[in-house]
Design a protein around this ligand. Structure first.
Ligand code: NZQ
Ligand code: ZN
Length: 388
């Protein structure tokens, strides 16, 4: 049963090998001063930076550079970006990179003209934006987060050991995003597969909740099947356009708000993963892969019917003559086999987590109430121990 909702997605997407052709027209909708945001330099090596700068110059824009956005962008970097955006009186923030760069661009967008400390206002107090917002556009180079078509913006505060995401409203979604699957070909395997699992996790976080019959669950099963199919090809043949383009599109749909409409969602894996990230600065998708199976095995009995459906509809487990328990276990075993095939991280130790961190990681884990079980702090510690 679908609950009440209002649906609109304000981001205009340009997808495909020639998607960059749309950039000039998009840029012309905005003023002259553009904050060009990017990461640690991959776009300079693979030529994307040169392509973007050429379009900006041809459009007669003043470029204000803001490079060096780190994976898991920090609050210190956010303050720096706000100062640059303000000094440059920028009319548009153009993010060229992955989720970190896009998330950071959105954070700068809402924080530059914020009269209070944006970390406290948006990330600790979760308040809405009531000051002018600078529009954001994206050229995506890494697939996974869905940041290209959503209002999510995750910022890390190493001092307080907190990594927190604020999901902003429509006005903060990118105004446009350019998605060329070829731009993702240069990703190192570790980042590529971390992105694959991030996509899977986004879908599962929204799937494993509720007991009603809901169109969104059927859409998600389709997305998962496509994802599993294409990632199996891409992991062996990373420049396979067909596979990479399907994965890129799936990533966007996994977290552009559509599949969450009219249903409840969980997000506990992300809460644990984010707290692990705050302690280790590990790659986001790998924090999720390390904790997912122990988490799902922990809550299995509370959501047995859905885990059974998952095993059959997504992993093709044949239910004939089998008890429910056996079906769900086979489903999760197939998921584990797939994760091994992808070369994903399955143990927190590999991400630098040590036993003495577990208490703190559990303290930094927000408890969600939409999943099949509401965890206690002790439950989180049990899951973390299982994930070591
Ligand atoms: O910094 P550079 O040099 O560009 O290198 C990056 C970075 O090291 C590299 N990279 C990106 N595109 C590349 C490339 N290398 C070669 N070729 C390319 N084409 O990949 C590394 C990782 O990039 P990053 O942007 O950090 O990855 P991702 O897209 O996974 O973003 C992670 C961040 O997004 C947040 C995460 O928490 C994390 O902070 N999330 C955002 C969400 C949202 N907006 O809704 C939801 C997610 O659940 C997630 O929490
Ligand atoms: Zn994620």
């Amino acid at each position: 049963m679908l609950g009440d909702f209002t649906y609109a997605n304000p981001t205009r997407l340009h997808f495909g090998e020639h998607a960059m052709d749309a950039l000039a027209e998009e840029l012309n909708r905005f003023g002259k001063n553009v904050l060009l945001v990017y990461g640690g330099g991959s776009i300079k090596k693979n030529g994307i930076y040169a392509q973007v700068v050429k379009v900006l110059q041809d459009c007669g824009k003043n470029i204000v550079e803001d490079g060096g956005v780190m994976p898991n962008p920090t609050v210190e970097k956010l303050y720096e970006g706000c100062a640059r955006a303000k000094a440059g009186q920028v009319d548009l923030i153009l993010a060229v990179g992955g989720g970190s760069v896009c998330d950071y661009a959105k954070a700068v967008s809402v924080s530059t003209y914020c009269t209070e400390d944006p970390w406290e206002k948006y990330y600790l107090r979760m308040e809405d934006v009531d000051n002018p917002i600078i529009p954001v556009g994206c050229v995506l180079t890494m697939v996974g987060t869905g940041s290209e078509m959503n209002g999510g913006s995750v910022i890390t505060n190493h001092q307080s050991k907190l990594k927190i995401g604020h999901v902003f409203g429509d006005q903060v979604f990118p105004k446009f995003s350019i998605l060329n699957p070829v731009f993702t070909f240069t990703l190192p395997k570790y980042q590529m597969t971390a992105g694959f699992f991030d996509i899977m996790s986004h879908i599962l976080e929204q799937y494993f909740s509720g007991t009603d019959d809901n169109t969104s669950d059927y859409i998600m099963e389709g997305l998962l099947r496509s994802l599993i199919h294409s990632t199996r090809i891409a992991v062996k043949d990373p420049t396979n356009y067909e596979a990479r383009s399907n994965i890129m599109w799936t990533a966007t749909w996994a977290l552009n708000t559509l599949v969450a409409m009219g249903k409840t969602t969980d997000w506990e894996v992300h809460m644990i993963g984010q707290s692990v990230g705050a302690y280790t600065d590990a790659t986001h998708g790998m924090t999720l892969s390390a904790v997912s199976l122990p988490y799902y095995r922990f809550i299995l009995q509370d959501g047995l019917a859905k885990f059974k459906r998952y095993a059959i509809a997504v992993w093709d487990v044949n239910p004939e003559g089998k008890a429910d328990q056996q079906i769900v276990e086979e489903g999760l075993q197939r998921m584990e086999d797939y994760m091994k095939e992808m070369g994903l991280v399955l143990h927190l130790r590999e991400l630098g987590v040590t036993e003495d961190m577990l208490e703190g990681i559990a303290d930094g884990t927000f408890i969600m109430e939409g999943g099949y079980r509401i965890l206690t702090k002790e439950d989180v510690i049990t899951i973390l121990k299982e994930s070591m």
